[in-house]
Design a protein around this ligand. Structure first.
Ligand SMILES: Cc1cc2nc3c(=O)[nH]c(=O)nc-3n(C[C@H](O)[C@H](O)[C@H](O)COP(=O)(O)O)c2cc1C
Length: 191
């Protein structure tokens, strides 16, 4: 397994934005995160700390944090062009629970997330989804699309707006997500 930021490499505390290569599986839970501008990465880091989970980067070099990369992201998202870029992992089903974390793009889950959910990489049975967004679209529609991509229900879902990040408003969103995840509640797409 690569790009895993394990819990015990730095005195039990993960370094916020360091995703390390070539680290072994250290938990039954993993957070796999795609983040273009850092919002999802921050919340993924928090979830990894809260859950004692491994943190794995989902990468796609086509979408750099620049104008061209942004426009390509918009274009691919609108065209629903969801091709999984080469990753440093080949399976994730060695985990019991997987949290997929990343942004909303053009009202869809970002294309790297969709490519993972629709793709060939083996995933575990228990999957949760944590999205970040700019607060300007109906989230349920995006969650329904994600459920269709995955082909089954998530055990927990959440969406955090950028304006809620690192504020008191983040707490109930994360608490509900973690509670659902721990309880293993199944969310119907229309719930
Ligand atoms: C290409 C692109 C499209 C986006 N489309 C939406 C959108 O439809 N609705 C929304 O609420 N936010 C949208 N956003 C904002 C992101 O969802 C939001 O900033 C998110 O927190 C970014 O996560 P990241 O920093 O981990 O990349 C979009 C951002 C990008 C780059």
């Amino acid at each position: 397994m690569t790009y895993v930021n394990g819990p015990n490499r730095r005195g039990g505390k993960r370094s916020p934005y360091l995703w390390e290569r070539d680290m072994p599986k250290t938990s039954d839970t993993a957070i796999v995160c795609y983040s273009l501008s850092g919002h999802s990465k921050r919340i993924a880091q928090r979830l990894a700390n809260d859950l004692g989970a491994d943190l794995i980067a989902l990468s796609d070099p086509r979408y750099g944090p620049n104008w061209v990369g942004y426009m390509r992201a918009v274009w691919h998202s609108l065209r629903q062009n969801c091709v999984l870029a080469p990753q440093t992992f080949t399976s994730l089903d060695e985990y019991h629970t997987l949290v997929i974390c990343g942004p909303i793009w053009t009202s869809y889950p970002a294309t790297p997330l969709r490519a993972l959910m629709k793709g060939h990489i083996p995933l575990p049975a228990r999957i949760a989804l944590f999205l970040t967004c700019g607060n300007h679209n109906p989230v349920q529609k995006t969650l329904d699309l994600a459920r269709d991509d995955l082909g089954r229900d998530f055990v927990a879902t959440a969406c955090l707006g950028n304006s809620q990040q690192d504020t008191a408003q983040e707490e109930p969103v994360v608490a509900k997500f973690l509670s659902d995840l721990t309880r293993g509640a199944t969310h119907a797409s229309s719930a």
